[in-house]
Write a new protein. Structure first.
Length: 319
């Protein structure tokens, strides 16, 4: 995946990275299909090779404490909130999420376009991860063909325009539930070819019969992550869901504003009290404080001059 710019989205995770895996183009795939697109495959391997994972994912994308904690927390949330028995992680990078899910008893599988990433999958889950692209239509032979949940984290923004629709179709054909995240604003990452706002992805998925579940909060993954379910909502049901979300978010915003105003008022009162305390000090105390500040300022100026003279002397000595 190009889970690297998750750069703790998932990476900037510090969110998950957008690493070519958790960020690279992968989704429903077929190993033989790669043979028919050698040119694109070669480009992908160059784009999402060792340099990408070491330098373009916010933090180095490798097996370390940071990523272990991050994907462990994501796996915990998936098990707790979504309760799948089987999962396909599209853009799995080095298989960290697959690994953490399997530790928790979930039968997880993963695909990623990066050969480098798949080569670094832990031996314990190597048989459950494979090289493939999100735009491929068939899964590797050893994979199941249906899952309780498909996850796709920071992947589709890395795809070329002509691959996006095929990838979306593939994401929705292997499960009735999709956990999806795609960076909506990271335009500076060189491999981000298709950065879109969440509403555009939601509209495209709705056209494929996958509707956002407004009662499930997926922010445990990234602030813009969402869960999509396959169903055909009737207008009253859809309106009720959006109204429910709108009302809840409105309450939260009003509560946050009230808290911000309260804290601001407390700060103002504290500042005024401090000013009043200074006003009550005897003139002699104020004069002593002023003199002490002048002395510290003079000491700082002398130190600065000494440092400058030292630098000039060093430059002269160096010729």
């Amino acid at each position: 995946m190009q889970r690297g710019n998750r750069k703790a989205g998932r990476a900037r995770l510090t969110r998950p990275p957008d690493v070519a895996g958790h960020g690279s183009s992968v989704a429903a795939m077929s190993e033989p299909a790669l043979q028919g697109s050698d040119k694109r495959s070669a480009t992908d391997q160059l784009r999402y090779g060792e340099h990408y994972y070491k330098h373009d994912c916010g933090l180095p994308y490798e097996r370390n404490e940071h990523w272990s904690k991050f994907f462990g927390a994501v796996a915990d949330a998936i098990v707790r909130e979504l309760r799948p028995k089987t999962v396909l992680d599209v853009g799995c990078a080095m298989g960290f999420l697959v690994e953490e899910l399997r530790i928790r008893g979930v039968e997880a599988w993963g695909v990623d376009v990066s050969e480098y990433a798949i080569d670094h999958v832990h031996p314990s889950v190597a048989q459950f991860c494979a090289v493939s692209s999100a735009a491929n239509e068939v899964l590797p032979d050893r994979f199941p063909t249906s899952f309780d949940l498909v996850t796709c984290v920071e992947v589709l923004e890395h795809l070329e325009d002509d691959d996006v629709l095929r990838a979306l179709i593939n994401l929705t054909k292997h499960a009735d539930r999709l956990l999806f995240s795609s960076s909506p604003e990271d335009y500076t990452e060189a491999t981000h070819l298709n950065v879109k706002p969440p509403d555009e992805w939601s509209a495209r998925l709705a056209a494929l019969g996958m509707w956002r579940n407004l009662d499930l909060d997926a922010s445990f993954l990234t602030p813009w992550a969402a869960v999509y379910d396959r169903h055909q909502p009737v207008p009253p049901e859809l309106v009720a869901a959006y109204e429910r979300t709108y009302v809840l978010q409105g309450r939260e915003i009003r509560a946050l504003r009230a808290e911000a105003l309260r804290r601001h008022s407390d700060d103002v009162r504290s500042s005024l009290a401090h000013d009043d305390a200074l006003a009550d000090l005897p003139i002699t105390d104020l004069e002593q404080q002023l003199e002490s500040m002048r002395e510290r300022l003079l000491e700082a100026e002398l130190a600065t001059l000494a440092s400058r003279d030292h630098s000039i002397g060093a430059e002269a000595t160096a010729g």
